[in-house]
Design a protein. Structure first.
Length: 367
């Protein structure tokens, strides 16, 4: 799949317009991208695909060997790898090994961010860039404070993280907890209450694993939809709130150049057409975008003042890279909804599922 995406990749077009699945993740890790998320080298993507192809071949040959030539039961030759599903002690040992491997995987991201080129930061000055993380956030009050936030409203639980230092520092904590927990599970036996409460069978382990994957999947959905730090908009497309705010910002920039007084213009309902007050008194974009008034995005934060959006900055300080970001986000909306006029925020279209045509991302005319 990686090699297929590399073969069909068009560097002049944003990744999110090309139906890519794997390349955005490689770009987020800092491979092959430069300032502004521009792809400057596709060779790292090719190398990644080849390495995975070789690895899959090794696994495939290993499977053929064990199916045709290897011992029928591993217990005869390698007792360590033999087990039965009801062996509680062995199951916790296997759980511990998996936790250690997950912890090592978390530390791989930490090492990449600290020592091996860095990762892509959408908040870097000038519109995003690849940078090394030099000041990790390891304070437990900050890291675990995300877990204590409400998942509803403006707090956003762990999805509210908007700082790479916090993300990488969280992986240090997560990797350490997984490794220590794995060692603990290997060295100990299940408690009596765990023996009684849990079902010890292959089907039960499969159910536990699928349940965990479902939880992680729902959390990932929230991250993709709302978080532009872990999933930069340059590669994955704008978040839902970001798309809504980008439309309002685009109209403000356009009409301001045409001579509109964006500070006092009123819409049909009497509310501010371009700017209005939030429930907490801050200056925000007008119209339907007020539902996402607390959005934080790298192209928007430089225009904020102590009381929300600063009118003088909106008139004088909008930079070309900010306008370029807006045009890219609005172009995605037009690609997703070719028959609609993008006058409303992106999320307002989703209840009308019949108008959503995601297959256009893969159509020949869009490649």
């Amino acid at each position: 799949m990686n090699l297929f995406e590399v073969a069909h990749f068009v560097p002049e077009k944003p990744m999110y317009e090309q139906g890519l699945i794997l390349l955005p993740h490689l770009a987020t890790l800092g491979w092959g991208v430069g300032p502004g998320g521009e792809v400057i080298d596709t060779f790292p993507y090719f190398v990644s695909g080849v390495l995975h192809l070789i690895s899959s071949a090794v696994l495939g040959f290993g499977g053929i060997y064990h199916a045709l030539l290897g011992p029928e039961t591993l217990e005869e030759s390698f007792p360590f790898f033999g087990y039965v599903w009801k062996d509680r002690n062995k199951m916790t040992t296997i759980l511990g090994i998996h936790l250690i491997l997950l912890g090592l995987g978390a530390f791989l991201l930490v090492f990449k961010a600290l020592y091996f080129g860095g990762v892509y930061d959408t908040w870097a000055p000038g519109g995003g860039d690849v940078r090394k993380i030099t000041n990790l956030t390891l304070s437990p009050s900050i890291i675990f404070g995300y877990l204590l936030k409400s998942p509803f409203g403006g707090e956003g639980w762990i999805v509210s993280v908007d700082d790479l230092e916090d993300i990488i520092g969280g992986h240090v904590w997560l990797g350490s907890i997984c490794i220590l927990g794995g060692i603990w599970h290997i060295l100990t036996k299940p408690f009596a209450w765990a023996r009684r409460a849990l079902v010890w069978s292959g089907e039960a382990y499969l159910s536990y694993s699928l349940g965990a994957l479902a939880v992680f999947g729902f959390i990932a959905c929230c991250f993709v939809w709302f978080n532009n730090t872990a999933y930069p908009s340059e590669f994955y497309g704008p978040t839902g709130p970001e798309a809504s705010q980008a439309q309002a910002f685009t109209f403000l920039v356009r009409d301001q150049r045409l001579g509109a007084n964006v500070g006092s213009a009123q819409g049909p309902t009497g509310l501010g057409k371009y700017l209005m007050r939030s429930p907490t008194g801050e200056v925000i974009f007008g119209g339907e975008t007020m539902r996402f008034w607390d959005l934080r995005a790298p192209w928007l934060e430089p225009l904020r003042g102590p009381n929300g959006l600063d009118l003088s900055r909106l008139k004088k300080d909008i930079q070309p890279w900010q306008e370029r970001r807006l045009l890219q986000k609005n172009k995605l909306i037009q690609v997703l909804f070719p028959k609609e006029v993008p006058l409303r925020p992106l999320n307002s279209y989703f209840p009308r599922s019949s108008s959503v045509k995601p297959t256009i991302l893969f159509s020949k005319s869009k490649q």
